[in-house]
Design a protein around this ligand. Structure first.
Ligand code: ZN
Length: 304
């Protein structure tokens, strides 16, 4: 009996020791965790934070973000974070309700951005959320995040400012390459045709016109009228290539291809990064991949 009691006491002691050390570990880690809404923001914040913070995204790579519904485990993970950073402009339709259950400070990047408004369908008059898709606007994301992190950890300001500067230099380089490419295009080719109307900031910043099959992914019903309009635009302007996005089906765009003789240029990345090892597993890779994909399909056409 004594022996059993001794074993029990010993087991209890080791279990409490194990639990307390685990708990402490989690506590330390969580004190440094920033919660973000989507994977592109996760990468941008991580690049600036360096070793100073852990960054955790509620939505995962490759996931459609607009219609996301948080799970109870998302709430548990977020409850341990320091702050919540989101894009805003209506991109995270779920975040108001999500945050109402949490005691988390909220940073909304769109507070720092000039909106471009959606001009079609149910979304008319609402800001287009996809500002990060233009490297010029990406720099504003970086500035906003440097500010937010500095406020959280003023003693690491130098690190955040330095990381932000290096990062912005990379964006300036992509910005320059994009402008150079646009200058090689004939006037009728200066069109970006996509599935979702997610490229307004890019087209606006680089002097392109845009056409798309639907304004926002949250409402992906394609109407015959809209399809006819895109087909007409592609035919009339002899647009060489059309595109879709990685998180939605390209089926409707392939109909445009059949009807017009334009080539299908490929899937661009907008709302979500690819899985690690994929072609767009960082924000910089995403911008470079989109630029290369657009470049290649237009040049294939020019050579053909
Ligand atoms: Zn989108």
């Amino acid at each position: 009996m004594k022996k059993i009691l001794l074993i029990l006491v010993f087991s209890f002691l080791s279990l409490s020791f194990y639990l307390s050390s685990r708990f402490k570990k989690t506590e330390v880690k969580d004190a440094d965790t920033i919660i973000v809404s989507f994977t592109i923001l996760e990468d941008i914040v991580s690049q600036i934070a360096g070793e100073e913070f852990d960054v955790y995204s509620i939505t995962e790579p490759g996931e459609e973000v607009h219609g996301y519904k948080p799970t109870p485990s998302d709430l548990i993970k977020a409850s341990n974070g320091l702050i919540f950073i989101e894009n805003g402009f209506g991109f995270e339709l779920w975040s108001d309700k999500f945050l109402s259950n949490l005691n988390l400070e909220r940073i909304t990047i769109s507070d720092y951005l000039e909106p471009i408004y959606i001009t079609e369908d149910a979304y008319t008059g609402k800001p287009n959320p996809h500002a990060w898709i233009s490297p010029k606007r990406g720099k504003i994301y970086i500035d906003a995040i440097v500010l937010a992190l500095t406020e959280l950890k003023p003693e690491s300001e130098e690190i955040f400012v330095k990381n932000g500067k290096v990062y912005k230099d990379r964006l300036s380089q992509i910005d320059k390459e994009f402008s150079l490419f646009i200058n090689t295009l004939k006037k009728n080719e200066r069109y970006l045709v996509s599935c979702e109307g997610a490229f307004s900031y890019l087209t606006n910043d680089y002097g392109l016109a845009e056409a798309f099959l639907w304004p926002v992914n949250a409402e992906t019903q394609i109407t015959p009228k809209r399809m006819a309009k895109v087909i007409k635009t592609v035919k009339e302007n002899d647009i060489p290539a059309v595109f879709c996005e990685s998180t939605v089906s390209a089926e409707s765009q392939l109909t445009v291809v059949e009807e017009t003789g334009a080539i299908f240029g490929g899937n661009l990345f907008v709302d979500s990064l690819s899985l690690e090892g994929g072609p767009a597993s960082t924000y910089i890779e995403l911008l470079e991949y989109n630029l290369e994909t657009i470049k290649n399909s237009f040049h294939t056409h020019q050579e053909g």
